[in-house]
Design a protein around this ligand. Structure first.
Ligand code: UFG
Length: 384
């Protein structure tokens, strides 16, 4: 096993850059933790609070959040509002819920130039966070046209409208799906991108469009490649709502809640330590934090910056099931099923670039916290 060399000077430098950060060691590994003063008020009593090292000029900036009524977007909005940003949400409510949004909500499509013209004329937008997209891998294989239309063509209409109205900062929700079957783990941002489904391809296509628009039109962007988004908001107000649940953690929770009889484990013959597939689960509040740090980055630097947003730690399907049994105290019946087509054995991020350039370190992405928040949300939602 190779020995990791810890660059203490770099860590110290990072600590100086952002107020409210703390260095902790977990299993001998250093991690920077960014403390939220709302959650740890006692630690900040006599200090002027500046939670994520945001520059004062950023406060009060107006952010357009597309897809802000959806699972990840709504948690980002909650965090933006708490950090002092002004927020407007554009969402067509195809999967999001208006009740998730506690700021001005414009119900409309990202691909509708009239809606966009009106929005950008009425609101002085400083930056756009673009979450709105179709996200189901299996569906994308059946209906690629739907994915290219919404995730590429409609996103392009948004980008063109931004340009027309002089808005040049974008944070784009991309995905680890752009890498396809990884040839090495952990996956760095330099890993070749060969998506294995139209969903991943649509995200990669838009990443490329952003690169060209930066070169030609001077757009600046942070592209965040999410690994497996999971958990419910720490506030307890927001969580994952989907009509047809396919993601592992909500699926297992349905079994725990006796809404499903058993969990089908897709593949037990993967070349992983226990034969089941390994994923890097990131808590949704950590994803939101990455967006706020990305905004901060765009106030200082111009260009396009691409980061993996993960933890660097992978958990197998069996580990997730065991953790859920432990946290909920419920028995989970499982059944062996064949591998799901296109599923890689292991997807784990090398998250060091986001750590060194954005100061991003996950705070809530340990499996028990993810499961605990998701289970509380599930119980609240289904009145269990
Ligand atoms: N799984 C099961 N049984 C289930 C559901 C899932 O065994 O009922 C397994 C899957 O086969 C996979 C793992 O659990 O091995 C995780 O599956 P998810 O469906 O929760 O997530 P994916 O890794 O397939 O995909 C997610 C997002 C994609 C994104 C990808 C990036 O849905 O959009 O993470 O890491 F691209």
């Amino acid at each position: 096993m190779s020995k990791r060399v810890i660059d203490f000077e770099k860590l110290e430098e990072l600590l100086k850059q952002h107020d409210g950060q703390m260095l902790v060691f977990e299993h001998g590994e250093p991690r920077l933790v960014i403390l939220d003063p709302k959650r740890y008020p006692n630690l900040f009593l006599d200090k002027e609070v500046n939670p994520s090292g945001l520059e004062e000029k950023v406060r009060g900036a107006k952010i357009l959040v597309t897809g802000g009524a959806g699972y990840i977007g709504s948690v980002a909005v909650e965090n933006l509002l708490a950090s002092g940003y002004d927020v407007v949400v554009l969402d067509n409510l195809s999967s999001g819920k208006a009740s998730n949004v506690s700021c001005p909500l414009i119900v409309g499509d990202i691909g509708d130039p009239k809606t966009l013209d009106k929005l950008f004329s009425e609101h002085q937008i400083d930056a756009v966070m673009h979450f709105a997209a179709f996200v189901k891998v299996e569906e994308s294989v059946k209906f690629p046209e739907k994915y290219f239309q919404n995730n590429v063509v409609n996103s392009l209409a948004l980008l063109n409208s931004m340009l027309k109205h002089g808005v040049k900062k974008l944070i784009f929700s991309s995905s680890a799906a752009v890498y396809g079957q990884p040839s090495s783990i952990p996956i760095t941002e330099k890993h070749p991108c060969f998506p294995t489904n139209p969903y991943g391809e649509s995200k990669l296509m838009f990443e490329k469009i952003i690169q060209w628009y930066s070169k030609v039109h001077g757009i600046s962007a942070v592209i965040l490649r999410y690994f497996n988004a999971a958990g419910a908001s720490i506030s307890g107000n927001l969580g994952e709502i989907r009509e047809d649940v396919t993601h592992l953690i909500p699926k297992v929770l349905q079994v725990a809640a006796q809404q499903e009889e058993e969990l089908r484990i897709f593949g037990q013959d993967y070349p992983t330590f226990d034969g089941t597939a390994v994923r890097d689960y990131v808590h949704v509040d950590d994803l939101a934090l990455a967006h706020i740090l990305a905004l901060d980055k765009l106030t200082k630097d111009q260009g396009v910056f691409t980061y993996n947003i993960g933890t660097g730690t992978g958990y197998s399907v069996n580990q997730v099931v065991d953790c859920i049994m432990e946290q909920t105290g419920k028995m989970i019946m499982t059944e062996h099923a064949p591998r799901r087509e296109g599923d890689p054995a292991s997807l784990v991020a090398d998250a060091s670039l986001a750590f060194s350039e954005l100061g991003f370190a996950a705070q809530y992405s340990d499996l028990p916290t993810i499961v605990d928040t998701a289970w509380s949300w599930h119980k609240k939602r289904f009145r269990l």
